[in-house]
Design a protein around this ligand. Structure first.
Ligand code: DAH
Length: 353
């Protein structure tokens, strides 16, 4: 009797196995395969039912049937696994056929941008000065007369204030003509010591041509502290020139005038084209020198205007045109190229000299 029961169970198992494998082989979707798995191998599945009936077998027969359950189970698992691989492959092929991927299409080239040459110069100027303790500040482009002129010691009738030079928005509001407004704004809200760099856009009433633009860029530096002298100005600016143009660079300071500095100076660097020999050099027009920036000791009137005590603190400031430096560095012949956004021009600048 026990033997007979075992034979039934063994037959049941073989039948379950065959049927499951057949179903797996004809399954068309992952969903179908999951259903077969649940029907056969699941908790309440067909194999489970046989497993639960093992109790009715003799202790001697039980392991035999148990072993067959395990064998069938792994064969069914293998069939389901194979079915899964087949179905997945078919799905990919179908997608290809349906045209979702056309492997013969050319790839899409991702073009990389590069920094704008004016940004490169701005970044390099800032990078050479940050180690000396400067931080970077921004200020408004549309500015009150007082920050652009008044506090900077421009007399009311100064020619720069003329409608010819400055773009006025209203009587007392204008587009800033230099980044020096940031000096004033910084000193108004901060006590000395001050070491600040102000890069940005400035505006003048100029016609656009190869060498002029009504919009251009400057970067300004301001250093205010106790016991600051012209020697500090020269030391900082010489270091700056050597870092920006190379260690061989020589500098010279010529007397100049700005309303907001006294004394004022202009700094020249030895020509980047001829190394200062002049001769037939086109870049420096044979002089061996290039004018790079204006600078000077902050006028006591400016310190007073922002509420500093000129007996306690002194300072120096400097300002330069970013376009001018870029033109010299790369030999750009027309300033308009910087603003036209022609990628054939812009692509040539990688940020490395
Ligand atoms: N603001 C001047 C200009 O636009 C440049 C300049 C000169 C800035 C001397 C300064 C300075 O801070 O000290 O031409």
């Amino acid at each position: 009797m026990g033997r007979k029961l075992t034979a039934y169970r063994m037959e049941d198992l073989k039948r379950i196995e065959r049927a499951a494998i057949q179903r797996a082989e004809s399954a068309k979707t992952a969903q179908e395969i999951a259903t077969i798995r649940a029907d056969v191998l699941g908790k309440k599945g067909e194999l489970g039912t046989v497993l639960r009936s093992l109790g009715s077998l003799s202790a001697e027969e039980r392991p035999k049937v148990g072993q067959q359950i395990n064998t069938s189970k792994s064969r069914i698992e293998a069939a389901l696994e194979a079915a899964m691989v087949r179905v997945e492959k078919g799905r990919l092929e179908e997608e290809l056929v349906a045209g979702r991927f056309d492997v013969t299409l050319p790839g899409r080239v991702v073009t990389m941008g590069s920094p704008h040459p004016l940004r490169i110069v701005e970044r390099d100027v800032i990078a050479t000065l940050l180690p000396l303790g400067f931080t970077v500040a921004q200020g408004p482009l549309v500015e009150h007369d007082w920050y652009n002129f008044g506090a900077l010691n421009f007399p009311p009738d100064h020619p720069a204030r003329d409608q010819q030079d400055t773009l006025f928005v209203s009587d007392e509001v204008l587009l800033r003509t230099h980044t020096s407004n940031v000096q004033v704004r910084t000193m108004c809200k901060q006590k000395p010591p001050v070491r600040v760099l102000a890069p940005g856009m400035v505006f003048r009433r100029d016609e656009l041509d190869a060498t002029h633009s009504p919009t251009f860029h400057q970067i300004e530096g301001l250093w205010v502290d106790g016991h600051t002298t012209f020697a500090h100005l020269k030391g900082v600016l010489r270091r700056f020139a050597e870092n920006l143009f190379g260690p061989e660079t020589r500098v010279r300071f010529r007397p100049s005038f700005f309303p907001f500095t006294e004394p004022s100076t202009e700094m020249d660097v030895s020509c980047v084209g001829c190394g200062g020999t002049g001769g037939g050099c086109r870049i420096c027009k044979g002089t061996g020198w290039l004018e790079i920036l204006g600078a000077g000791m902050v006028d006591p009137a400016v310190l007073e205007a922002v509420g500093y005590d000129p007996e306690q603190v002194q300072g120096f400031a400097f300002g330069m045109g970013i376009e001018r430096i870029a033109i010299l560095r790369w030999g750009v012949e027309d300033i308009r190229l910087f603003y036209e956004n022609d990628v054939r021009f812009l692509r040539q600048f990688s940020g490395n000299p």
